[in-house]
Design a protein around this ligand. Structure first.
Ligand code: LLP
Length: 415
């Protein structure tokens, strides 16, 4: 079997365990395929993130979890209990965050296409509105101002800088370059700051950035953050700098561990050197907002799937499973690596197989040429690290029903 080393998954007496709980036994009560999330891993990840920020002297860290990664209500309620805020990108996500009890004063609203209805909803959901609209264009700033005026409110806004950096990651999820639809160029922010009329019904409280996802090389992050700090110096006073999300996680055995400490260290030193030490006289040290999605949830989730049948075609062996690209699309869309592990180890020798779903597209593949023990129809397999962008990107393609999500409590109970 392939090499793997995981925080929450391990084998004991041939059985695959999630947090020490036997996945085979749990799966007996459920219909495959299904998602299962570990609360324990979720709490660990959140605490690691916050502790790492504190250990690296990040001033006033505020964690706004990016709901797009996984908006399961039970997980959100746990995060809320831990003091987490939310980064949302739609009215639907706003409603879900509120349903989980997350206070609007801890919500930031990102996205290039906020509609008037969504903006109104976010302004109206609390006396003070939300913590920040992260504004992606001057046109959007004008619209938010108009709606705030009509409601007799002042909207809290941050301008999202497009720092013109190319983050090293899959091209679909790099977002900080010139030519990408995201953020506002520095020269446009400079012009905008001079137009006082733009700020009659909005209050500029922060600056933000987000240059991409699954970032493991942090050079671009540091470069972008320096730009953000230099831009911040043009404003008299800011309540916060929002450094976005994007911290990568290890999916592949060769990726080692997440560079979280290095990430926090660089953020802390860059803000200190390029903003705090140069900030305008009298300006307070701003809070640091983070929008992590993947780091908080990726390794909390598994997808349990059953082998429908196996098939040999010339030199190729296919393992056809009952989960498809509609249930989990990352491997098909980004060629992403995810461990595929048998729930029960047997003593057969590894063979090299293609693990595919039932959807009528060649892209419907979970793993190519992967070493796996011999499996047969009805055997159960686990696709690992699917807590982020798994269920949240699933669809009903091929008229397949959405699959169920379950949450494993810290005592092994299904919540
Ligand atoms: N903030 C903003 C403004 C974002 O656009 C994103 C992700 C995040 C925060 C959270 O980023 P994270 O910490 O999760 O990397 N579907 C892709 C990832 C898309 C990311 C979109 N934006 C995947 O499965 O890899």
């Amino acid at each position: 079997m392939e090499k793997f080393n995981h925080q929450s998954l391990s084998y004991k007496k041939s059985q695959l365990l999630l947090d020490q709980h036997c996945l085979n036994s749990i799966s007996k009560q459920m219909k495959t395929p299904f998602y299962l999330y570990s609360v324990k891993a979720l709490e660990n990840n959140f605490n690691n993130f916050l502790n790492s920020a504190k250990e690296n002297n990040i001033s006033k860290p505020i964690i706004c979890y990016a709901l797009k990664a996984n908006s399961n209500l039970k997980l959100l309620k746990k995060l809320k209990k831990l003091g987490c805020g939310a980064d949302i990108v739609s009215g639907g996500e706003l409603k879900q965050a509120l349903k989980a009890g997350i206070c609007p004063t801890k919500i930031v609203f990102s996205g290039v296409g906020k509609t008037r209805d969504e903006i109104r909803l976010a302004l109206d959901c609390h006396q003070e509105g939300i913590y920040s609209f992260n504004i992606e264009s001057i046109e959007e700033l004008v619209t938010v101002g108009e709606i705030a005026k009509s409601l007799g409110k002042k909207a809290r806004v941050a301008l999202r800088l497009n720092p013109e950096v190319n983050a090293k990651t899959h091209k679909h999820i790099s977002t900080g370059g010139l030519g990408h639809k995201f953020g506002i160029l520095r020269q446009d922010i400079e012009k905008c700051l001079k137009r006082k009329s733009l700020f009659k019904h909005v209050k500029l409280v922060g600056l933000s950035m987000h240059i991409g996802s699954q970032l493991t090389c942090l050079k671009a992050t540091q470069k972008a953050l320096k730009e953000l700090c230099e831009t911040a110096l043009l404003v008299n006073e800011l309540e916060f700098l929002d450094v976005g999300g994007g911290l990568g996680v290890p999916y592949h055995p060769e990726q080692g561990v997440s560079p979280i400490n290095e990430y926090m260290k660089r953020i802390s030193s860059t803000i200190d050197k390029h903003y705090n030490q140069k900030r305008p006289a009298g300006a307070v040290i701003p809070a640091t907002v983070f929008e992590p999605g993947r780091y908080i949830v990726a390794n909390t989730g598994v997808l349990i799937t059953e082998v429908i049948r196996t098939k040999t075609s010339g030199p190729n062996k296919f393992i056809i499973i009952d989960a498809g690209m509609n249930d989990f699309v990352r491997s098909s869309l980004y060629d992403a690596y995810h461990h595929v592990l048998p729930l029960k180890k047997n003593r057969t020798k590894n063979e090299y197989v293609n693990i595919v779903g039932p959807i009528c597209e060649t892209a419907d593949s979970f793993a190519k040429n992967r070493a796996l023990q011999r499996v047969k129809a009805q055997d159960l397999l686990c696709v690992a690290d699917v807590g982020a962008y798994g269920y949240s990107m699933s669809s009903v393609y091929n008229m397949r029903e959405k699959i169920k999500e379950y949450v494993l409590g810290t005592n092994g109970e299904i919540l």
